[in-house]
Design a binder for this molecule. Structure first.
Ligand SMILES: *[C@@H]1O[C@H](CO)[C@@H](O)[C@H](O)[C@H]1NC(C)=O
Ligand SMILES: *[C@@H]1O[C@H](CO)[C@@H](O)[C@H](O)[C@H]1NC(C)=O
Ligand SMILES: *[C@@H]1O[C@H](CO)[C@@H](O)[C@H](O)[C@H]1NC(C)=O
Ligand SMILES: *[C@@H]1O[C@H](CO)[C@@H](O)[C@H](O)[C@H]1NC(C)=O
Ligand SMILES: *[C@@H]1O[C@H](CO)[C@@H](O)[C@H](O)[C@H]1NC(C)=O
Ligand SMILES: *[C@@H]1O[C@H](CO)[C@@H](O)[C@H](O)[C@H]1NC(C)=O
Ligand SMILES: *[C@@H]1O[C@H](CO)[C@@H](O)[C@H](O)[C@H]1NC(C)=O
Length: 699
């Protein structure tokens, strides 16, 4: 294990060494100059050159404090499985969490010291949404440790040596602290957190003014500054939260920090312009170019960078940045998107091949960026895309009991084991296995944020007196509108497995309830005048209790993919041919005494997988009537919906231990009689084929 980690860190070192020494070509000056040592003074706009608006640009929809929205039904089962599985046990046995330098220990996977902040950022919402006392206690005691070890000058975290101080891991710590302050509103803990954040921001301001110390690497410093500079939008979001919730006469200082993070941050606005953005399969682009642009091509950065322009626009007050966000989302999914709703990047963006990997960190960060973008832009398709990621890309990468996950998933993945040769850019042969920390530990500590943050963002506030259900699923909310109406809404549904949503609302005064109608919905039972932009259906409600029953209808959708293949959808679910498997498990070296479920696994196929499909034969089938209790464990074979299709087996080899790209159209021949097969929800099929070669099968 130790060797694997050292190997991983060394590979990264080599990559960045290469980034620094590669010659620049003329067109790359802009990007490369950002890597040059800082000599000039910080680029702070003078007060008179700043937009005169005192407020940040409003969002279309405002998020509610953590704890307002709760999961129900199958989604609550998932949160409880997470709490009972690996996410809820990392603090018990996982050295890079429990013995992390942030908690006085000496275990982490890199000098970025990010493992504990990643864990904290996901565990705060998981602990409070499950109301799991054991997890709350872990969150509260670790928060207490970090707060009581804040350094004299305000620094948060273990780095006493100034040359190793780097803001990046603080982004995650602040996001975690802000969620905790939100859910602990009105308590001493909230005050303590906010006091601490203000002390830290004072220090941050003085460090940034001192030639961006802690942000841009100075001579003799060891910490790589790329991560913080690529992900600046995440700290700016936290600064904006403080600006709006508890500014304490520090608004100018907070804005200064936003400007300074932006000034030396990777420029996503520039990246998302024609002629700069790389639309190609990156393997076909010369190294000199891909190396220079690597910060923008790194999958997790790319997921986080989706929201950058929308975050900046709030204080720059330039609405053109909304178009930049839309373009960024469109290009990212069009040129590097998976059918499962996220980004193909096995560390670096790839093209569109179903062989290439999707990283679990990228999945949860894409979900988070998309839910923020829906709040900011209100485009219906962004919420659809967020649901697609949450209901397909995320569940496929964990075993149903949440004890093991993959580092990368492949869209066509009929086997999960140690590959004989990696097809990925910078992911090892272990990367598509399920286990404790396949390939690299970052996803082990980062993946717990996925469903908890999705649930927390599902209901939103709008205007003075509206509450909106934006991300659909079984959930409830208890909150007030901005004008003070107390509202509680319960949504009972098996969505996305059924398209029936039964709401019971109660309110102290009249208010407007908004329900988002997905773009794929062809009709609903309550057709009034949904907004074509946000997809929101307005329902004015009287005080007291109301019952609303919403039913969507939809059709099977067939999306063309590369090389005459298709992906098949119904509602928010992608469907795949499932491959049955024989699962064998081993203890994880170095973790022999960990809980017995901490295992690495091989999933070897026990059914054929090499099929071509005739998309004219698809028929949707549902065993769900919309209200019955779904099985728990849910994301496993036996899910309640399927799509029947006619397929035949074709010649399609494995190379190096994985399924090669599908054979080209002219090379497809049935090697057996066509027959009917059931496609199942992608997330339930750990071994799956979801980008299927097309043939006419003459039926
Ligand atoms: C700080 O860290 C750097 C890099 O590891 C090291 O060279 C330097 O000696 C350290 N300084 C102190 C005072 O520990
Ligand atoms: C980022 O790039 C855009 C487009 O090239 C440019 O207008 C903007 O000034 C740049 N921002 C910074 C901080 O350099
Ligand atoms: C991107 O925009 C183009 C042109 O409007 C549209 O045809 C395409 O479907 C969009 N793609 C994605 C992935 O949003
Ligand atoms: C399409 O097929 C060609 C030939 O096999 C392959 O090189 C290419 O990577 C494929 N494209 C995608 C996007 O899968
Ligand atoms: C609304 O809720 C708050 C907090 O729960 C409560 O104090 C208040 O009395 C409620 N208002 C009405 C009109 O019921
Ligand atoms: C599953 O794999 C194990 C180990 O390779 C093997 O011993 C066992 O026979 C296999 N079981 C089936 C049903 O294929
Ligand atoms: C739905 O299914 C459940 C369990 O199978 C059953 O108890 C219930 O009566 C069904 N409801 C309707 C409306 O068919």
């Amino acid at each position: 294990m130790a060797q694997m980690l050292i190997g991983a860190i060394t590979a990264w070192g080599a990559l960045f060494w290469c980034m620094c020494v590669c010659e620049a070509t003329a067109g790359l000056q802009h990007v490369l100059s950002e890597n040059a040592p800082v000599k000039q003074a910080p680029l702070l706009p003078k007060p008179q050159d700043r937009p005169s608006h005192q407020d940040l640009r409003p969002l279309e929809f405002d998020p509610l404090p953590l704890g307002s929205v709760r999961a129900r039904g199958w989604l609550q089962d998932q949160l409880e499985l997470m709490a009972a599985g690996l996410p809820g046990h990392e603090h018990d046995f996982y050295r890079i969490v429990k013995d992390n330098p942030w908690l006085g220990g000496d275990q982490d996977y890199s000098i970025l010291n990010e493992a504990f902040p990643y864990w904290f950022n996901g565990l705060v919402p998981l602990a409070y949404l499950t109301e799991d006392e054991r997890l709350k206690e872990q969150v509260l005691s670790t928060a207490d440790y970090v707060l009581s070890h804040q350094q004299e000058d305000g620094w948060l975290g273990p780095e006493t040596n100034l040359s190793t101080r780097n803001f990046w891991a603080r982004y995650l710590m602040l996001t975690g602290f802000i969620q905790l302050a939100d859910v602990e509103a009105g308590t001493d803990l909230q005050t303590r957190i906010l006091d601490s954040i203000h002390r830290f921001i004072n220090l941050m301001h003085s460090m940034l003014l001192d030639n961006y110390r802690g942000y841009v690497k100075h001579d003799g410093e060891v910490v790589d500054d790329q991560w913080g500079r690529s992900r600046a939008a995440d700290i700016i979001m936290s600064l904006q939260w403080v600006y709006e919730h508890d500014p304490r006469d520090q608004k100018h200082k907070l804005l200064d920090c936003m400007y300074m993070f932006e000034a030396k941050g990777m420029n996503w606005t520039n990246w998302f312009t024609e002629g700069v953005y790389l639309k190609q399969d990156l393997d076909t682009v010369p190294d000199t170019i891909t190396t220079a642009y690597f910060p923008f091509e790194h999958g997790v950065n790319a997921a986080q960078g989706l929201k950058a322009a929308a975050v900046l626009r709030r204080y720059i007050h330039d609405d053109r940045l909304l178009e930049t966000s839309r373009r960024g989302v469109n290009w990212t999914f069009r040129y590097h998107g998976t059918p499962s709703g996220v980004i193909i990047a096995d560390e670096r963006l790839a093209g569109l091949s179903p062989v290439r990997g999707v990283e679990l960190c990228t999945v949860v960060e894409t979900m988070f960026s998309l839910n923020y973008l829906y709040q900011t832009l209100g485009d219906n398709s962004l919420a659809d895309q967020c649901e697609l990621a949450a209901y397909n890309a995320l569940p496929v990468m964990t075993l149903p009991d949440w004890w093991a996950h993959q580092y990368v998933a492949q869209t066509n993945q009929p086997i999960s084991h140690h590959l004989s040769k990696t097809p990925f850019f910078n992911v090892y042969e272990e990367g598509q296995r399920f286990g404790l920390e396949p390939d690299y530990p970052c996803c082990t500590v980062n993946h717990p944020q996925g469903y908890p943050k999705f649930v927390a963002a599902a209901f939103l506030r709008r205007g003075e007196n509206s509450i909106a259900h934006a991300l659909l699923g079984p959930m409830s909310v208890t909150t007030t509108t901005r004008s003070g109406t107390n509202v509680s809404i319960v949504c009972n549904t098996n969505y996305p497995f059924a398209h029936d949503l039964q709401y019971t609302t109660s309110a102290t005064h009249p208010f407007t309830f908004l329900i988002r109608l997905p773009t794929w919905s062809t009709s609903t039972t309550i057709i009034l005048n949904p907004s074509p932009h946000t997809g929101m259906q307005e329902i004015p409600l009287e005080p007291g209790t109301s019952h609303i029953h919403v039913t969507f209808t939809t059709d099977i959708r067939v999306d063309p993919r590369a090389n005459d293949t298709v992906s098949i959808y119904h509602g928010a679910l992608l469907y795949a041919i499932p491959i049955t498997y024989n699962l064998t498990s081993q203890r994880v070296p170095g973790y022999e005494t960990a809980p017995p479920n901490v295992l690495n696994h091989d999933l070897l196929p026990t059914s054929p997988w090499a099929y071509a499909i005739d998309p004219t034969t698809l028929r949707f089938r549902s065993m769900a009537n919309g209200t019955e209790k779904l099985p728990n464990l849910l994301w496993t074979l036996g899910a309640p919906t399927s799509i029947t299709a006619t397929v035949c087996e074709i010649d399609w080899p494995m190379v190096d231990g994985y399924a090669a790209n599908p054979p080209l159209k002219e090379d497809r021949r049935c090697v057996g009689k066509p027959f009917e097969i059931d496609l199942v929800p992608y997330g339930s099929a750990k071994l799956h084929m979801a980008e299927l070669p097309v043939m006419r099968l003459g039926v």
